[in-house]
Design a protein around this ligand. Structure first.
Ligand code: PEP
Ligand code: MG
Length: 755
């Protein structure tokens, strides 16, 4: 926050700068006047402005206090000297004894040896450093935070002068890092699957703020108020659209709406207006501050929420400077791949989804609100692609490979063609799978295999009928919890679960109770710092310790399923006693509902996940107490082999087709048959055709897989002869191999099993 003193200093300075900028003369003359003004106002003996030239070189463009013949002569590479350091890290430096700094680079032509202290800030435009502004003093002066802030505000004004193209040609401001025109393959993480081929559209074309310094703060405060009101009206309009009627993306935008009323944020903008900035410059300043702070925030939830503020800031800027964008949004190409640093949830709706083929972000996580919205719109997303904005120019050809978390920029023809072919093949395969929709998943000798779907969002339900799956074998209830800003109450949960059952149209749905913790963090619950979160306070352990949460969820499920069948599954059960405890809570809830006269489900089935190996040694005690079991291979693998599923260095070290895993499956399958308890497998393993084949080969008859896997798994099943597979797999059970993969693959090829 600025102090009153700083406010008046920078306001006076800004007023003078405005006069200079509005006055006549060449850009160089105006720049010379600006540095003189800054030096005088900040009581500095030197003020110099360095401008970025082609080749990442900073050239001294103007100075008050250094030798004038050094102007346009002194040049520093980015990273060289203190000026180069400021540019390289895009952050301010304030040093009482600059010459003692290891990066100090002496330039004799400037005559700067007599100046001891130095304060410099980057001149930033968009996400690029376009220059450096420096003040120096003879004494060992300690510059204050307020002085740095003032210099940063002034640098904003200069950024516009530099970017105007009057000092250096605009083309020079585009970095040419040698690689810029070469094809590039960049790695990121998959935030939503699918492949998009198109051209780059840079999200948030920089808005040119033409007016930075205001005459009358009251007028600017009024403009801010009007702009905020405009955004709220636009949000209301968005809420009234049919596609916004329900689903998690609505929750996300509800949260976003709250930000438009955030007093702290609005106050910070108002404060900046009072220092003399126009409303748009003030929004830009708070936006830049937010970005700077964001880099220091490690908490993923907070970082994501900061993006919501960024989104708002961008929207405000558009309102305040309408018509001043570098490239208007209206000209969105047919096959657009949006490239951005990050996005707020509302921003995606600014683009016509029919023209969007993909989204590439420098940041982002699977729980980012924009990822949830993109999933709703079926747009492939690759996140955490480092520095992509620096490596791409508008309209560059791009391939956004969401499936593999990679992006190709200016891909060579062969790569491009192979992707076009892959997309074509995928469409063909999809057409084949669509034709399979109404055919049963039976093996060649007529054994019926249940193929269910894993789901977690309301919008997944559309795939239930399209894919022809038998029902939902795993509904992960935690995802809606994660998309909200607070724990949903019984009424909200009832509504959601009822919609799920309605949309399932009588197909069975297995609701898994809240499975958070580990890698699934609820934003509003303070997770404890744990050394091993995967082995920590998570899943059923949390809900047994917080029975009110469990009770509310079970109550909502009972109400939602009134008059129809309810199937509830408890996750991460490690011992029979935990299941007994969870069941008891359910029984209490059933009794509570019965006594209060609330209609109940016609039948209530209770099952457990088998993810913790210890449970497999308690099956004789467990199975009489449950109606069904589902093996969660994602967690089971991690516990069976002591291998963190989220750690890319080791996650792939052990193969789910290891003989141990397959023997484990065979054992559990046999026990369940002995007790006549239905068994399914619902981890990712079940969704891969070869793995699914192996599971069937050891007696598993029900699989629950993600919707894109239904077609491939059904195709495999329909080409399989189970009896020969079973007898072949019997011979492999004692194998000492790391994996049975190659043997099973050969079997499939020999027997014509389609993988
Ligand atoms: C599993 O662990 O296999 C599972 C299905 O649960 P989740 O992936 O949600 O932990
Ligand atoms: Mg699990």
């Amino acid at each position: 926050m600025l102090t009153a003193g700083t406010t008046s200093v920078s306001r006076r300075l800004l007023g003078r700068l405005r006069d200079v900028m509005a006055g006549g003369g060449s850009a160089q003359e105006r720049l010379d006047k600006v540095v003189t003004l800054i030096a005088a106002d900040m009581v500095a003996e030197v003020c110099s402005c360095y401008v970025m030239r082609a080749g990442e070189v900073l050239e001294l463009f103007s100075t008050e206090g250094l030798r004038h013949d050094a102007v346009h002569q002194t040049r520093l590479r980015v990273g060289e000297g203190l000026v180069g350091d400021i540019a390289a890290h895009a952050r301010p430096l304030a040093l009482a004894d600059a010459q003692a700094h290891p990066n100090f680079a002496y330039r004799p032509e400037t005559g700067e040896e007599i100046f001891h202290s130095l304060m410099g800030v980057p001149i930033i435009r968009g996400s690029r450093v376009v220059g450096v502004l420096v003040v120096q003093n003879r004494t060992m002066r300690h510059y204050t935070d307020e002085e740095i802030e003032t210099l940063e505000t002034v640098a904003m004004v200069l950024a516009e002068l530099v970017a105007s193209g009057e000092l250096v040609d605009r083309a020079e401001l585009v970095p040419v890092d040698g690689n810029a025109l070469l094809p590039l393959r960049l790695e990121g993480v998959r935030l939503n699957g699918g492949v998009g081929i198109g051209v780059a559209v840079l999200h948030n074309p920089r808005i040119v703020i033409r007016r930075l310094v205001a005459e009358d703060p009251d007028v600017e405060l009024e403009r801010l108020k009007t702009a905020l009101a405009g955004i709220k009206t636009a949000l209301e309009e968005l809420f009234s659209r049919p596609e916004m009627r329900d689903g998690e993306h609505r929750d996300v935008l509800e949260t976003y709406r709250m930000f438009t009323e955030d007093k702290g944020w609005i106050n910070r903008i108002s404060e900046a207006i009072r220092t003399g900035l126009t409303a748009e410059a003030a929004v830009q300043k708070v936006h830049d501050d937010t970005r700077a702070r964001m880099n220091q925030i490690t908490d993923p939830y907070l970082r994501e929420r900061m993006h919501d503020f960024e989104d708002l800031a961008n929207r405000l800027l558009q309102y305040l400077s309408s018509g001043n964008e570098d490239s208007p949004r209206g000209e969105l190409p047919e096959n657009s791949i949006l490239i951005g640093r990050n996005m707020g949830p509302m921003e995606l709706f600014d683009y016509d989804p029919k023209r969007l083929r993909g989204l590439v972000l420098e940041e982002g996580s699977a729980t980012a609100h924009v990822a949830i919205v993109a999933r709703a719109l079926d747009i492939p997303v690759v996140g955490r692609v480092k520095d992509v904005l620096d490596k791409i120019e508008p309209l560059d050809p791009v391939i956004c490979d969401g499936d593999n978390g990679q992006v190709f920029i200016r891909p060579p023809d062969d790569i491009r063609e192979s992707f076009i072919e892959a997309v074509g093949q995928r469409e063909l395969r999809m057409a084949v799978y669509a034709r399979l929709r109404d055919l049963p998943a039976v093996t060649r000798e007529g054994v019926r295999i249940g193929i269910h779907m894993n789901a977690g969002l309301l919008l997944d339900l559309q795939h239930l009928h399209e894919s022809g799956s038998d029902g939902i074998g795993l509904y992960r209830t935690e995802l809606p919890f994660m998309a909200r800003s607070s724990l949903p109450d019984v009424a909200a949960q009832t509504l959601l679960y009822r919609k799920i059952l309605d949309q399932a149209e009588g197909k069975p749905v297995v609701f898994r109770t809240l499975d958070v913790g580990g890698d699934k963090v609820l934003p509003y619950w303070n997770p404890y710092e744990e050394d091993n979160p995967a082995l920590g306070w998570r899943s059923i352990r949390i809900t047994l310790d917080r029975p009110a949460v469990m009770r509310h969820q079970l109550r909502a499920l009972l109400r939602a399923a009134a008059g129809r069948e309810l199937a509830v599954m408890f996750p991460m059960i490690a011992e029979v006693a935990e299941l007994v405890q969870a069941r008891r809570i359910l029984d209490i809830e059933i009794e509570h509902e019965r006594q209060s006269g609330t209609p109940l489900p016609t039948t209530i089935k209770v099952g457990t996940m088998l993810e913790v190996p210890a449970l497999a040694l308690q099956l004789d005690a467990l199975l009489p107490l449950v109606d069904f079991v589902s093996i969660g291979t994602n967690d089971l693998m991690q516990f069976l082999f002591a291998v963190d599923r989220g750690n890319p260095r080791i996650a792939e070290r052990y193969d789910p087709l290891a003989p141990t895993m397959i023997r484990f499956m065979r054992y559990v399958g046999a026990k369940c048959r002995e007790h006549d308890v239905p068994l399914s497998v619902c981890g990712e393993m079940a969704g891969r055709p070869l793995e699914a084949m192996a599971l069937i080969g050891v007696g598993i008859r029900h699989l629950s897989v993600s919707s894109p896997s239904i077609g491939p798994v059904k195709t495999m099943v329909r080409s399989l002869e189970i009896s020969s597979l079973e007898s072949y797999m019997e011979t492999l059970m004692d194998s000492p191999d790391h994996s049975l993969r190659s043997k099973l693959k050969s079997f499939a090829i020999d027997r014509g099993v389609v993988l």
